[in-house]
Design a protein around this ligand. Structure first.
Ligand code: LLP
Length: 385
């Protein structure tokens, strides 16, 4: 992925930094645009995956909407050019202030996760003389077959409204004069690589929609969330996920009513592969059984391995020596600050450059200042001469 001249440029930049391949991002966005337009689907970009303004501006230029989970994400989306009528806003803990921000902006839809939240939005909308458009976020009890930390659509999760509460939701809506129910929303988890899971979701959504239709409740849109996974093993072979199959599944299995809109909230599959975390080797240290390659990047720049035991491909992009085995770790004072155990890399020495691949999603947005670390810079391919 990195040609020689690019690597030469990297050598002169202060590390660690996030590197974004804007050409790859454009190719990905082109395909998502083509495939979703075929069926007239609406795509909202899940800002939580990467909220870098330059990335958001590019995504926005394709006409996509934004999927937000905080008042600040709503504000950032507006600042980067997303139009309010394409913003959806989910989250189990929306504060009064955040709801007011979104009401003031006139967003497309609140994806509501509980009855007390619907009541509060109604109250704040009444106070500000507005009508809030909402979708009920429904917990469809579909297992996404992914890491349990990023599964969201089974009954034991905190997300969404469970089936046994539907009657009470309808009673609440009946009383909520400043709320307009416009949609049903679902999101079952992230990094889903088994497309059968999405088929299962479609079938469950059809059943749930039928329940509402049987009670004479018809909604303008369905929102099936995000969750489409990427290939962390082969960022070069499969840099763009198979959106043809993905959108095709919904077209084939979801019962969309005439004139009903279908919305998606894609995060990881949009931005993961265009980003890498580039880091320098500080030391090679002999351990009891292994050799450690100690990097100047750690869990503060890429939390996923420490938090979910997630795999990111690790490459030494400056060495061509014969391979040796290393535990690749960061400098943070935590044993979980490790990017990979027993990783085969070309013989590695101080100042070699290491790329941690597929770091465009949930990399920069999950960075922290733990150990009072500096926040890493972002470097964009189209700004390097
Ligand atoms: N919609 C909702 C309501 C969500 O909660 C999420 C992600 C998305 C859309 C976007 O999902 P995606 O297309 O990116 O899978 N930090 C974790 C991932 C957490 C995902 C949270 N929700 C990770 O690094 O794997």
């Amino acid at each position: 992925m990195f040609n020689k001249s690019r690597i030469e440029q990297f050598k002169h930049l202060p590390t660690p930094f996030y590197y974004y391949d804007m050409e790859l991002l454009k190719e990905t966005l082109d395909l998502i645009h083509t495939e979703s337009s075929k069926y007239g689907y609406h795509v909202h970009y899940a800002v939580k995956a990467n909220a870098n303004p330059k990335i958001m501006k590019l995504v926005q230029s394709y006409g996509f909407g934004a999927d937000c989970v905080s008042g600040n994400e709503v504000t950032r989306s507006l600042e980067t050019g997303f139009s309010a009528d394409k913003i959806v806003y989910a989250g189990v803990g929306k504060s009064d202030r955040e709801i007011l921000t979104a009401l003031e902006a006139g967003i497309f839809c609140f994806n509501c996760e509980s009855i007390p939240e619907i009541e509060l939005i109604n109250e704040l909308a009444e106070q500000t003389n507005k009508t809030a458009r909402i979708a009920i976020r429904i917990n469809p009890n579909v297992d996404a077959n992914t890491h349990h930390y990023i599964t969201t659509g089974i009954e034991e999760n905190k997300f969404g409204i469970n089936r046994w509460e539907f009657d009470s939701v309808l009673e609440t809506l009946e009383k909520s004069k400043n709320i307009k129910l416009e949609g049903l929303h679902f999101h079952i988890g992230s990094q889903i690589t088994d497309t059968e899971v999405f088929k299962g979701l479609c079938i469950r959504v059809n059943e749930i929609q039928q329940w509402f239709n049987d009670r004479q409740i018809f909604v303008d849109h369905l929102n099936v969330g995000g969750g489409f996974g990427i290939d962390y093993d082969q960022p070069d072979v499969n840099p763009i996920s198979d959106f043809v199959t993905y959108f095709g599944i919904f077209n084939q299995f979801l019962d969309l009513k005439p004139n009903q809109q279908l919305h998606f909230e894609l995060g990881r599959s949009v931005v993961a592969q265009c980003g890498s975390l580039i880091s320098k080797v500080l030391y090679i240290k002999n351990g009891a059984k292994t050799k450690f390659a100690i990097l100047d990047a750690g869990m503060t720049e890429l939390l996923r391995p420490a938090l979910y035991q997630a795999y990111h491909k690790i490459e030494n992009i400056t060495s061509v020596e014969t391979e040796e085995v290393y535990d690749v770790v960061g400098p943070i004072c935590e044993s979980s600050d490790s990017f990979g155990k027993a990783v085969s890399l070309p013989a590695t020495k101080r100042n070699d450059l290491i790329a941690l691949r597929s770091a465009g999603a949930y990399g920069e947005t999950m960075a922290s200042r733990y150990n009072l670390r500096d926040i890493a810079e972002s470097i964009f391919s189209d700004e390097l001469k």
